[in-house]
Design a protein around this ligand. Structure first.
Ligand code: HEM
Length: 171
């Protein structure tokens, strides 16, 4: 809790931009030497960790720097189009960033880590889907904002139809 009784943003909770930079440096150190995902990143530029830290900062409630200085969601989408990410590669990415969070000393309390890993699960599943040959992701969208207690208001179509309709906050 912050002094005024509010839950901090995940960005502040993580330790702000320096903590996210430490996270992505540690993550890509692991990625580069990984047999399964390493080859996808063989030509990665040196500033990739910085831009991914900037993306994560914006998602977690920090400043909108990725949108203002990098091109926002369309740029991020373009980096994944056509990669053909496999499920094993996606899962390895998840495992490596979970370990990198420990390397970087991110908060290890259950609340922070579960919110962090929920975003990682969501984001990697979208990255995989958007990297396939038949993907038709929306070409424009805002950078998602991830607050631990509130998921993006999306649910698979079948869940939103019929007698089993799931209400998302309006029921
Ligand atoms: C939560 C999930 C993910 C996030 C937040 C994320 C974020 C990003 C961002 C922001 C960039 C572009 C950085 C820039 O502006 O330069 C990027 C590039 C990239 N991502 Fe992801 N990504 C995710 C999942 C994945 C997964 C699962 C894979 C593959 C297993 C992957 C592979 C790549 C590759 C290969 C690049 C381009 C690297 C290069 O420039 O050579 N990403 N990612």
């Amino acid at each position: 809790m912050t002094p005024d009784g509010q839950t901090p943003t995940l960005f502040d909770w993580a330790g702000g931009a320096p903590a996210l930079e430490r996270l992505t440096e540690a993550f890509y150190r692991r990625v580069r030497s990984d047999d399964l995902v390493g080859p996808l990143f063989a030509g990665m530029p040196e500033d990739l960790p910085h831009w991914v830290a900037t993306w994560l900062g914006e998602v977690f409630g920090g400043p909108p720097e990725y949108t203002d200085r990098r091109g926002g969601y369309p740029h991020m989408l373009g980096m994944h189009r056509g990669l053909g990410i496999t499920e094993s590669q996606r899962f390895r990415w998840v495992q490596l960033i979970a370990r990198a969070a420990d390397d970087a000393g991110l908060p290890s309390d259950p609340e922070f880590r579960s919110a962090f890993m929920a975003y990682v699960e969501w984001g990697t599943r979208l990255a995989l889907a958007n990297s396939g040959p038949d993907a038709q992701p929306p070409p424009r969208a805002p950078v998602p904002r991830w607050a631990g207690e509130r998921l993006p208001p999306t649910a698979p179509e079948p869940l939103l139809r019929g007698p089993q309709r799931v209400t998302l906050g309006d029921g």
